[in-house]
Design a protein around this ligand. Sequence first.
Ligand code: UD1
Length: 379
Amino acid sequence: MKIMSVVGARPNFMKIAPFLRALSTAGFDMGNHCLVHTGQHYDAKMSDSFFKQLSIPEPDIDLGVGSGTHAEQVGRTMIEFEKAVRQEKPDWIVVVGDVNATCACALVAKKEHIKLAHIEAGLRSFDLDMPEEINRMVADRLSDILFTTDEIANINLRNEGVPEDKIRFVGDIMIDTLEANREKANAIKIENVVTADERRWTQMSKEGFAMLTLHRPSNVDHKKCLEPLVRYLVDELSREMPLVWTLHPRTRSNLDSFGLLDEVKACERIILLDPLGYLEMLKLNMSTRIMLTDSGGLQEECCVLGTPCVTLRENTERPVTLRENGGVAVLTGNDIERIRHAVSEFKDLPRHAVRPPLWDGHAAERIVKELLGQDREQK
Ligand code: UD1
């Protein structure tokens, strides 16, 4: 049995790392496994540092697709991935998550008549304005086996008519990575991550701090959304507690072109950081009083770490992380009044870690076992 695994962008790396480890434990090596990086995320901070920190082996094939519009990214990935598939002739292709690479490679797999497995299947925001929702639907519709993270995902798939024998509830593979790296992250000194001067640092450790990450087009691509948000951060939130903001390249470039970057930089109580490595982000998540984010992955990590999570989105494909379902997150969109309200409610909440069923650090082992079982059935 030969497997080809695919990664493309930052949120894929923490999902593939435990899978590759479990494959290697099951005896897979260069002869029967091949790792493809599509190259959607390519720079050191968005990609290389994750390979190093998470001990992901060098990709066997790098498609070098890079940035572009969605059609450009998906199109270029399909063209290059088809060549890789024809050369390597895998029996199974494994895609993870919901980025453009997931969708493009799922399409190629099916057109090349190769069995397809999707890790993190069944998540639905029911919002087709999100490119990730389209990617998830395509990958799930085409997959021969769908590895799901939680019971709500199972229900979504059943409602779409996916046959029961294709669905495998294995838990959340992101949490495998979190658990494998918890101690390493904990040992990091925050002072080495948040490079603030001594006065700012003393203040931060006295008051505690808030964290912010933003990258979704709906939050950062339009001045009419980003400007009021910056106003709120500078004039209100940062006065209540210092704010550490890790800037995604898309967000930095938009702040700059909307003429907002200098104002944020000038704010004494906002510390701007470049995208962080996995371990550094985990350490900050363990240490912050409150997380403000539009990232789906961080919502899940906050859940297991118990970090109160203000989710700057109107909907989520991960409802299991929401407070009404027992989690730690609340949806606010980018509405300032709702954000203000959530922050005031959340900022003094004690941490309350929540662990949905099978978010136990062993999802990857279950996935590999299932794949090996499929192989045996076909023989
Ligand atoms: C992508 C994913 C999103 C994921 C996010 C996490 C899709 C549809 N979206 O969005 O699901 O949550 O990654 O980061 O796949 N850039 C760099 N360096 C890089 C990569 C990108 O500077 O290494 C710049 C590009 O020039 C581009 C911008 O960042 O303009 C956005 O990159 P892109 O891959 O288009 O999408 P993301 O917003 O990162």
